[in-house]
Design a protein around this ligand. Structure first.
Ligand code: ARG
Length: 562
């Protein structure tokens, strides 16, 4: 039940107003100001009265049964809910709807495209792409939960001068065998070798350029090798995507869009947007806050990153007719997106408004060998493996008899990394230590997962059958705090989508886990009184459902035992 909705509808009737007060209703910080609060300032104009007087008058009106009392404090009208009624409505709904609780249909018929992860071929998957993958995957879950159709787009970095170099190095010093055996590591070795050798032999660069042209021209050997590098890298990435619980609808990358860049040039030319500058073709953006010009075609005739992004946007808009397209990359690419979004706007396409850059700050780990400060590339695989191995040891020590140990270690280890990556606003730089993120105490993934497992265990012990009639035992503060949070779930999901901030969900998960643990600490769930026991089990069951759904939205699994 959406209590805010109830209150908003009631206020609308009482004031004979046209407007919907839903978004004006606040949740007061302090309990003494009730569960919901409505600031009456907005009404002062239309009702031609002072807001405090309006609040006082409204307080004596009749409200639906869920509202125990309404009280005026200055210009605020504060609502206090009836605990037992509130619990009954909320928990019954959760028990009935299960995993669907909190979903909405606001996105029905709408499509959101999310461009995320987008790593570069022949290079290992590092921590920056990890962050993009985790944020993008979560945004997809969140929008999907709200009824949107989501399209996961992985804009592979599979184009650029490095491919010509790689081909030269492969032909001179590599072999199919080594590539099959060592994958991306071997490609990196070849790439480094190329640069070493090129220092003393400048003809190598020339050779690389010519191979690059051959890839572009569709020469069969060049294309075959390019595909080999791409497929080999993708195979390795796929393993990590499976671990992170995400997948993509399209892997069309920069090479694919490079081939479509002629259309971009033609259209920009038709709109008289191209200008020559030093032999290159650019779009002048100086009229817009003095933005730097955007190069479209380089001096040597090649496309650039922006050209390929514009080509991709054309293609994607045609294919998916999206209502929103989100690009999840680090904040250093902000100018790039601002430039080409502006170009789409200058072309007169109104869908430019649907393009949104979702920037994030830098994520780094402070833990010894994984430190990025040493200038090492921090690899996704290593971070996840290390986390899983630490959790494996903890399980071995604390709960050696646990079933499916390996799978639980994977869920908790990976979950801890994902959770902590999503615990702050995207844009904040975060440095975190593996010890902290893996701790079972504090605001961590394992703490949330542990709370979920605790609900599972008490439900099993209490043999809860999913039915509860009498909620009166929940009319006390600790239970009430849990119920209140449970009832806010749907709203939190909407807010997270609106701001593209998965951390709203992670913070919510921790609040809910803390509230539940307080309840658990203060009360014996398996009480001797059947009515009390059943009501408390119902609360545990509802908490379990919501914790699981919320964790799933941020891409964290919730094992029943750990
Ligand atoms: N491959 C790029 C990088 O590693 C990210 C691509 C992001 N997506 C896009 N459509 N530009 O920095």
């Amino acid at each position: 039940m959406d209590f805010k909705r109830e209150i908003a509808d009631c206020l609308q009737k009482l004031t004979n107003s046209e407007c919907d007060f839903y978004s004006d209703i606040e949740i007061p910080r302090e309990k003494s100001f009730g569960d919901f609060s409505f600031p009456c300032f907005k009404l002062a104009k239309t009702m031609r009265q002072n807001p405090a007087k309006i609040a006082a008058e409204l307080a004596s009106a009749e409200f639906p049964p869920v509202i125990k009392k309404a009280e005026a404090t200055g210009a605020f009208l504060n609502f206090f809910l009836d605990g037992a009624f509130y619990s009954k409505q909320t928990i019954s709904q959760i028990l009935k709807e299960g995993a669907d609780y909190g979903k909405s249909d606001e996105g029905n018929g709408k499509t959101v495209l999310i461009d995320y992860s987008s790593p570069n071929i022949a290079k290992r998957f590092h921590v920056g792409h990890l962050y993009s993958t985790i944020i993008g995957a979560s945004l997809r879950n969140i929008y999907g939960f709200l009824g949107y159709k989501t399209v996961g787009a992985n804009f592979l970095g599979d184009w650029g001068t490095q491919f010509g170099k790689l081909i030269v190095a492969y032909k001179k010093w590599g072999s199919l065998e080594e590539i099959n055996k060592n994958g991306v590591l071997e490609m990196e070795r070849l790439y480094v070798k190329f640069h070493e050798e090129a220092k003393s032999d400048p003809t190598l660069e020339e050779e690389a350029r010519s191979w690059q042209m051959s890839v572009q021209a569709g020469d069969s050997e060049a294309e075959k090798l390019w595909s080999l590098f791409k497929e080999t890298t993708l195979k390795e990435y796929e393993k990590q995507y499976v671990r992170l619980g995400t997948s993509f609808d399209t892997f069309r990358g920069e090479k694919y869009y490079n081939d479509l860049s002629e259309e971009v040039v033609r259209i920009l030319d038709e709109h008289h947007l191209l200008k020559e500058s030093d032999g290159a073709q650019i779009v002048d953006l100086s009229d817009f806050n003095n933005m730097q010009p955007c190069i479209i075609i380089r001096k040597d005739g090649g496309s650039v990153y922006a050209t390929r992004d514009i080509a991709a946007a054309f293609d994607r808009y045609r294919t998916y007719n999206f209502d929103l397209a989100l690009y999840v990359t680090d904040v250093r690419q902000s100018l790039h997106f601002a430039q080409w979004f502006k170009i789409i706007e200058l072309l007169g396409y109104d869908w430019s408004k649907k393009l949104q850059h979702i920037p994030y700050g830098l994520l780094s780990l402070e833990n010894g060998a994984l430190s990025s400060r040493e200038g090492n590339v921090v690899l996704l695989e290593d971070i996840l493996d290390e986390a899983v191995s630490i959790v494996r040891d903890v399980i071995e020590q604390k709960n050696p008899a646990l079933e499916n140990k390996e799978s639980v270690a994977e869920q908790v280890g990976v979950g801890a990394i994902v959770f902590s990556s999503l615990y702050s606003s995207r844009i904040k730089d975060s440095v975190y230590s593996l010890d902290k993120v893996l701790s079972f105490e504090g605001e961590t993934g394992p703490y949330a997962q542990y709370t979920h497992a605790r609900t599972a265990s008490v439900l099993e012990k209490g043999a809860f059958n999913g039915i509860c009639e009498d909620f009166s035992p929940l009319d006390e503060q600790a239970a009430y705090s849990v119920v209140k949070l449970l009832s806010e779930f749907g709203e939190k999901v909407k807010l997270a989508a609106e701001r593209c901030e998965p951390f709203i969900i992670s913070r919510y998960v921790i609040s809910l886990a803390q509230a539940f643990n307080k309840f658990y600490h203060d009360n014996t769930i398996l009480a001797s009184d059947e009515t009390v026991k059943t009501a408390r089990l119902a609360l545990a069951a509802a908490t379990k459902t919501v914790l699981k759904s919320a964790l799933a939205l941020i891409g964290v699994q919730a094992p029943d035992k750990m």
